[in-house]
Design a binder for this molecule. Structure first.
Ligand SMILES: [Ca+2]
Ligand SMILES: [Ca+2]
Length: 202
């Protein structure tokens, strides 16, 4: 933190990031410089994060989803993302091992952070995902998953859970690895929807 003003990444953070991600020292240092240009304070606030997200989804309402993603990235819960949290987040969501992605997905769905996922937490995230899908794309979804409620029912049934049951991290990760339908339903994949549209066009 003390180093954010000097423009150099502390040795400790650098070593930690090299150990926990696939990025090289050169990549991390170059990345840190551009991070500081965008965020001179060395930290991304929730508002800034929402506006960055908004730029990627100009036609949708990604605010609710962005807030959940921000919470899952802000691992020390101080209300800002520092460079380390930012890099770890990008690593987990883009280049990490499947289990790392699912660990992240678990933290996204565990809205209150109590270590288990309830059905209402699944519904909350699925509702946020639906706000990012345009009405035309929703029409292309199968009938039993074209509302947040139906989609949540389907996910919960795949996990074999009753309404008041809870999912542990292990159950969540194992269940999702064992059933690719779950993986598809818990993710937001605009690209897949776009491909479907292409297929349907004459
Ligand atoms: Ca933080
Ligand atoms: Ca929870």
């Amino acid at each position: 933190m003390g180093n954010s003003k000097s423009g150099a990444l502390s040795k400790e953070i650098l070593e930690d990031l090299q150990l926990n991600t696939k990025f090289t020292e050169e990549e991390l240092c170059a990345w840190y410089q551009s991070f500081l240009k965008e965020c001179p304070s060395g930290r991304i606030s929730r508002k800034e994060f929402e506006s960055i997200y908004g730029r990627f989804f100009p036609d949708a309402d990604p605010k609710a989803y962005a807030q959940h993603v921000f919470r899952s990235f802000d691992t020390n819960s101080d209300g800002t993302l520092d460079f380390k949290e930012y890099v770890v987040a990008l690593h987990m969501t883009t280049g990490g091992k499947p289990t790392q992605k699912l660990e992240w997905a678990f933290s996204l769905y565990d809205v209150d952070g109590n270590g288990t996922i309830s059905k209402s937490e699944v519904l909350e995230i699925v509702m946020a995902i639906f706000k990012m899908i345009s009405p035309e794309d929703v029409k292309l979804l199968p009938d039993d998953e074209n509302t947040p409620e139906k989609r949540t029912e389907k996910i919960w049934a795949y996990f074999g859970k009753k309404d008041d049951d809870k999912l542990t991290e292990q159950e969540f990760i194992e269940g999702t690895m064992a059933n690719k339908h779950i993986l598809r339903l818990i993710q937001y994949e605009p690209q897949k929807v776009k491909e479907k549209i292409k297929e349907k066009k004459p």
